[in-house]
Ligand binder design. Structure first.
Ligand SMILES: NC(=O)c1ccc[n+]([C@@H]2O[C@H](COP(=O)([O-])OP(=O)(O)OC[C@H]3O[C@@H](n4cnc5c(N)ncnc54)[C@H](OP(=O)(O)O)[C@@H]3O)[C@@H](O)[C@H]2O)c1
Length: 249
């Protein structure tokens, strides 16, 4: 018996791959998307070995290809008959301080994290409106709470954009639609494998993802994860003057 169907983008690595493992363990069937097909294949083998009753569909997808996003989401909805949840998770953090000669890196971050997320939300909403139910999950970041310096400037702006998109949808009160925004703190993944082992507050992938999955299962409108220390840090970040924020990040 399936608990429902979940599409996860950026499922080939890090938080997306771990969400896939944990949602499969909870009894969900999965549509997993990313560009690296061999990683998705390996993940499917691992999941179906642990949970043979689970159905796992794979789709090669670049989220910056707007048409492909729509095609893949429609195709997965048709394959499963219904999509209960779409987790907009694919993302990258390639930013460089503005005006330092890497507009390409900043644009790629913006196109993937914001425009790509918009395409995914648009495609998901088409399905959710038609079936009159669905849960849209946007993976934002604690960095979305304030403007961030240098390499983080564009990344933080994209994550604020994603959170705003989600709030707009929540405000619309689309019949049958739940919207969650997840704000992860530091969770070990491919994205930050170059970051020092002893980075303060960094948690391992399984622990961090477990906090995400718990919040998603509760359909929280927003969640800073893991709650400790990110709930109090979020409280301070939102209220502190920029001179303090600058030193916190
Ligand atoms: N880890 C953290 O501490 C942290 C904190 C805050 C927010 N987040 C957010 O959490 C999400 C997952 O990040 P992560 O830490 O798990 O990073 P990761 O380990 O680098 O994984 C990123 C995933 O996104 C996919 N992806 C990147 N560009 C893509 C594209 N153009 N089309 C399709 N898929 C693409 C990658 O797959 P392919 O390369 O195979 O396409 C990969 O599966 C991101 O949105 C990130 O911003 C992470």
């Amino acid at each position: 018996m399936s608990k429902g169907t979940i599409v996860i983008t950026g499922a080939s690595a890090g938080l997306g791959a771990e969400m896939a493992r944990q949602f499969a363990a909870l009894g969900y069937d999965l549509g997993l998307c990313a560009r690296r097909e061999e990683k998705l294949e390996a993940l499917r083998e691992e999941i179906t070995a642990a949970h043979p009753e689970r159905r796992v569909e794979l789709r090669s997808l670049d989220v910056t290809d707007h048409e492909a996003v729509h095609t893949v989401v429609r195709d997965l909805a048709a394959a499963f008959g219904t999509l209960d949840r779409v987790v907009v998770n694919a993302g990258l953090g390639k930013g460089v301080a503005l005006g330092k000669g890497r507009p390409d890196a900043n644009r790629e971050t913006a196109m993937t994290n914001f425009v790509g997320a918009l395409s995914q939300a648009e495609a998901a909403l088409e399905v959710f409106r038609a079936q009159e139910h669905g849960h849209l999950v946007m993976v934002s970041s604690m960095s979305a709470l304030r403007g961030m310096r240098k390499a983080m400037t564009v990344y933080a702006a994209t994550k604020a954009g994603v959170a705003s998109l989600a709030e707009g949808l929540r405000s619309e009160r689309v019949p049958g639609l739940d919207v969650s925004v997840i704000y992860p703190g530091y969770i070990r993944s491919e994205m930050n494998e170059h970051v020092a082992q002893n980075t303060p507050f960094m948690v391992d992938t399984e622990t961090g993802t477990r906090a995400m999955v718990r919040a998603i299962e509760k359909r929280k409108a927003k969640a800073y994860v893991p709650a400790w220390p990110w709930v109090p840090i979020g409280f301070l970040l939102k209220r502190a003057p920029l001179s303090v924020v600058r030193r916190m990040t």
